[in-house]
Design a protein around this ligand. Structure first.
Ligand code: NAD
Ligand code: DAU
Length: 347
């Protein structure tokens, strides 16, 4: 297949690009190169014969039409988005513009392309979304594909809106769409504004490790390369019009997770001043902080045969080792806007 991947210079998009090229697909990586992008993430495939890069913005319909006309993709995997909840609290406008309006323009460009090719049944528009559209769980229960939408942050509201647009384009125009809603990813190339890289880099620098509130919020963690495999599975075998909840079955409170990372670092890089966990510092909570996310991934497991390959403990050890071995990658990102600062505190 020739796959147009949007957001392929970001964290998950780049894992999808690397995996798709390894699987023998051709890939057009369309990315606006925002603060969150890094072309080093795809350096390993940049010279592959099936790879092309297009510097374009999904809010720019003219640019999108040009990319579709030039490359004639068989499928779209839409990952381009503003993705950081804390930034959405400080500046929600960019989230509405890219996640809502940008998705609208991409849907229209994809529809025009699909119609111009005679509406091929095999065409796919795969919208990559998040479990955050379902809101916040209490101590029990799991999100499924049938959980009612209840987004609570500007980020999750903008993603929920984009999910609705994608489904509407499927129902109204017959565009062959598929949606996936995934839990928290982690792994190599995770931008240093999200919890796990913040913990690793602050611990290595001997700086306070910020834990929001009391650290009791629970996330369900999935290794990014397992997510990339799940996404390619959904693209190729998912049923048109369906959605798939994707998760690792790895629930952990933030405080437990941070302590686990600190223990791995104590093993790899012991600190003379004391255990890394001594750096844990409780800071003011995120406004509207969702208490718990947990995914019931029965559908993708039973219908499509996907399951994660890595446990959380294995994946965290791999991730810490990757950051230790790839200091050049993250050091180049430390002066990007907002990195190293508390974001989203002052709603
Ligand atoms: P990221 O922030 O690391 O990367 C986003 C990429 O999109 C960047 O390369 C950026 O340059 C690009 N981009 C942003 N605005 C754009 C625009 N207007 N036009 C073109 N490109 C633009 O994001 P990520 O964490 O890799 O997430 C990718 C997708 O997966 C998002 O849609 C996100 O909502 C979804 N998702 C993320 C997670 C997670 O844990 N990170 C979990 C579930 C779903
Ligand atoms: O669930 C999927 C979502 O996971 C994706 O859709 C988002 O794009 C992605 O950013 C992620 O959202 P979270 O808000 O869960 O991730 P984040 O890494 O920002 O925070 C994880 C948890 O850790 C959350 O409960 C807030 C907390 N946290 C975060 C940071 C950055 C801290 O305690 N300290 C921190 O410094």
């Amino acid at each position: 297949m020739k796959i147009l991947v949007t957001g392929g210079a970001g964290f998950i998009g780049s894992a999808v690009v690397r995996r798709a090229i390894a699987d023998g697909h051709a890939v057009v990586n369309l990315d606006a190169l925002t603060y969150a992008a890094c072309l080093d993430n795809v350096a390993s495939v940049a010279e592959a014969p099936g790879y092309a890069f297009e510097h374009a913005d999904i809010r720019d319909r003219v640019a999108l039409d040009r990319v579709f006309a030039r490359h004639q993709p068989d499928a779209v995997m839409h990952l381009a988005a503003e993705t950081h909840v804390d930034r959405s609290i400080d500046g929600p406008g960019a989230f509405v513009e890219t996640n809502v309006n940008g998705t609208f323009h991409l849907l229209e460009a994809a529809r025009a392309h699909w119609q111009s090719r005679g509406r091929p049944e095999g065409f796919r528009f795969h919208h990559v979304s998040t479990d955050e559209v379902f809101g916040s769980l209490g101590a029990t229960g799991h999100f499924t594909e049938d959980t009612p939408y209840d987004p609570r942050s500007p980020y999750s509201a903008s993603k929920a809106a984009s999910d609705h647009l994608v489904r509407a384009w499927g129902a109204t125009y017959g565009l062959p769409v598929v949606v996936s809603n995934c839990s928290n990813n982690y792994g190599p190339y995770h931008f240093p504004e999200k919890l796990i890289p913040v913990v690793i880099l602050n611990a290595l620098a001997g700086r306070p490790i910020p834990v929001y509130g009391d650290g009791s919020n629970v996330r369900d963690w999935l290794y990014v390369e397992d997510h990339a495999e799940a996404l390619l599975t959904v693209l190729q075998r998912g049923a048109v019009g369906r959605s798939y909840a994707i998760g690792g079955g790895n629930e952990r409170s933030n405080l437990d997770l941070v302590r686990t990372i600190c223990a791995i670092l104590d093993d790899r890089r012991p600190r003379t001043a004391g255990p890394h966990a001594d750096l844990i510092t409780f800071v003011s909570d995120r406004p509207g902080h969702d208490a718990r996310y947990a995914i019931d991934a029965t559908r993708i497991r039973d219908d499509l045969g996907w399951r994660p390959s890595v446990t959380l403990d294995q994946g965290l050890a791999r991730t810490v080792d990757w950051y230790l071995d790839n200091a050049k990658w993250w050091q180049a990102l430390l002066d990007r806007d907002g990195v190293g600062r508390r974001l989203g505190a002052g709603a």
